[in-house]
Design a protein around this ligand. Structure first.
Ligand code: TNX
Length: 495
């Protein structure tokens, strides 16, 4: 494979069209397929990205009305190799043409097109150009259906605009899931109409004693729509029965002793639990999960289930089985941390592997027929320090350098877990130590693109030496976007 491009994730196949360059100009149009609003919206998204830095008008044209005139074309086709998210991109001297079965594939192809343009294309203000795209023929489609990033908005709160920025950044690397950790001991971040104090009281705190915050349901719907426009599904997590101090502090009746604890702003885990034998707990969960299901177009609700230290396995398992039934009654599937494999799981329930110290949970899950999302802490935990000099982050799973995030294979990570058992991969960004967007970005880049490639690219196309060289070319792209990143010594950054 040629090494002249710096695409991340690396495509299934790239072939040079020798000597050809397509040049974007003041009269370039973006043609979109007739009859698909969704495909036209992808064209609009591409135009929006390119107009800022090129200053060109880049009008959209319906392909049925506008005869081929070179320029950029998006086409819907039928190509069985590509699936729902795959695409073909052909760039010649005369035209750049993206073809896909579905708008999602066009959107993924647009990300590739962006990465073929000079880094300055990512700037927010007009730049001089020239805007040349090298001649290529690319065929590309994802290895795994689930390519996610999780953001902990509970330990420290992040605003709607901050989450939108994160969505923009993960979309650039073809991720298609944003998992929002909406509740934890330190804060409850989503308004629930039937239990209003969760957000107004339980949301008004965070680690370190800051003001916290929460999303109104209107704001949350805005995030869901913003994600949908980027072909990203938001998976909301309400973590139960543990990690619930914010809820317990908001409503005395949720506590076994009927007394509400103080709000909590430290960083210990494992101490809180809902009162799993009380009927009120299940009325609470039915109403909370019902409101969340109504806000969620995607199929999954994440119920957490991690790190419960105050319940026996039997009581814990009975709880999880009951919550699964509630999720199902609201038309959704359950996703939960690997601990939920202690319970009998429904066939549609998915477990998320995170704790390498208890890998047996994952193996037990697949024996039950349960599919896994893989978030092994020593590879995908973006809140781990890169090395001992990292100012932010934790180190309970060790240090996670870029190479650790990159050099592993979901199909061989665990004995007894094969590619067919794996839905995909997901990065985790816990925010105990992260207070600002700058903190979030420093921990996310460059490790998130490394994991994105693990989830998207074929195993045979991945090599660390090649990846680090391609990743290096993204440093200037992040600078153009004013994204902070960690200048890992493992990557040969240009000066
Ligand atoms: C473990 S991962 C947790 C989180 C912490 C994280 C810190 C998981 C399911 N639970 O509560 O924030 O470690 O790295």
């Amino acid at each position: 494979m040629s090494t002249d491009w710096s695409l991340v994730p690396v495509p299934v196949s790239v072939e040079a069209v020798d000597g050809a360059w397509f040049t974007l100009g003041g009269s370039t149009r973006i043609r979109t397929p007739p009859g698909s609003d969704e495909a036209a919206a992808v064209g609009g998204y591409l135009a929006g990205v390119l107009r800022r830095s090129t200053g060109y008008p880049l009008p959209l044209a319906d392909a049925a009305a506008a005869p081929p005139d070179g320029g950029i074309s998006l086409e819907l086709v039928r190509d069985d190799r590509l699936g729902d998210e795959g695409y073909r991109l052909e760039v010649t001297g005369a035209a750049a043409t993206l073809r896909a079965n579905r708008p999602a594939g066009l959107f993924m192809g647009v990300q590739t097109l962006r990465q073929l343009l000079p880094a300055a294309v990512e700037r927010a203000t007009p730049q001089p150009g020239p805007w040349r795209i090298p001649g290529v023929r690319i065929v590309d489609h994802p290895r795994f259906a689930w390519r996610g990033a999780a953001l902990d908005v509970a330990r420290h709160f992040f605003t709607v605009d901050e989450v939108k920025r994160y969505l923009d950044l993960i979309a650039l690397y073809k991720l298609n899931v944003l998992h929002l950790h909406l509740t934890d001991d330190q804060g409850w971040r989503i308004a629930v109409r039937s239990w209003p104090r969760l957000a107004t009281y339980g949301g008004a705190s965070e680690v370190g004693g800051g003001p916290g915050g929460h999303y109104t349901q209107e704001q949350y719907a805005e995030l869901v729509a913003y994600a949908r426009d980027r072909h990203v599904t938001i998976v909301p997590e309400v973590d139960v029965p543990g990690h619930t101090n914010a809820a317990l502090a908001s409503y005395a009746e949720l506590n076994c002793d009927g007394r509400a604890p103080e709000r909590y702003t430290g960083t210990e885990v494992g101490f809180s639990s809902l009162c799993v034998e009380e009927p009120v707990t299940y009325r609470f969960l039915d109403q909370v999960l019902g409101e969340l299901a109504a806000l969620t177009p995607g199929p999954y609700l994440h119920i957490g289930g991690d790190e419960v230290e105050t319940l026996s396995d039997e009581r814990y398992a009975a709880f999880v089985e009951r919550v699964q039934r509630i999720v199902r009654a609201h038309g959704k599937r359950t996703l939960g941390w690997q601990e939920i494999t202690k319970a009998r799981l429904q066939p549609t329930t998915v477990a998320q592997y995170w704790d390498h110290r208890a890998a047996g949970d994952a193996v037990r899950a697949v024996r039950q027929g349960t599919k896994l999302v893989l978030s092994p802490a020593p590879m995908t935990y973006l809140d781990m320090k890169y090395d001992q000099g990292t100012r932010l982050g934790l180190d309970w799973a060790g240090h996670v350098e870029v190479r650790d995030a990159y050099e592993w294979d979901p199909a061989t990570l665990l004995d007894g877990v094969g590619a067919d058992d794996v839905l995909g991969v997901e990065t985790q960004l816990w925010s105990e130590t992260l207070r600002s967007v700058e903190d979030v970005e420093l921990m996310t880049f460059p490790r998130l693109p490394a994991v994105a490639e693990v989830g998207w690219s074929p195993a045979a196309a991945r090599r660390w030496e090649d990846h680090r060289r391609r990743l290096a070319a993204h440093g200037p792209r992040w600078s153009a976007m004013a994204v902070r990143y960690h200048r890992s010594p493992q990557v040969p950054w240009p000066d």
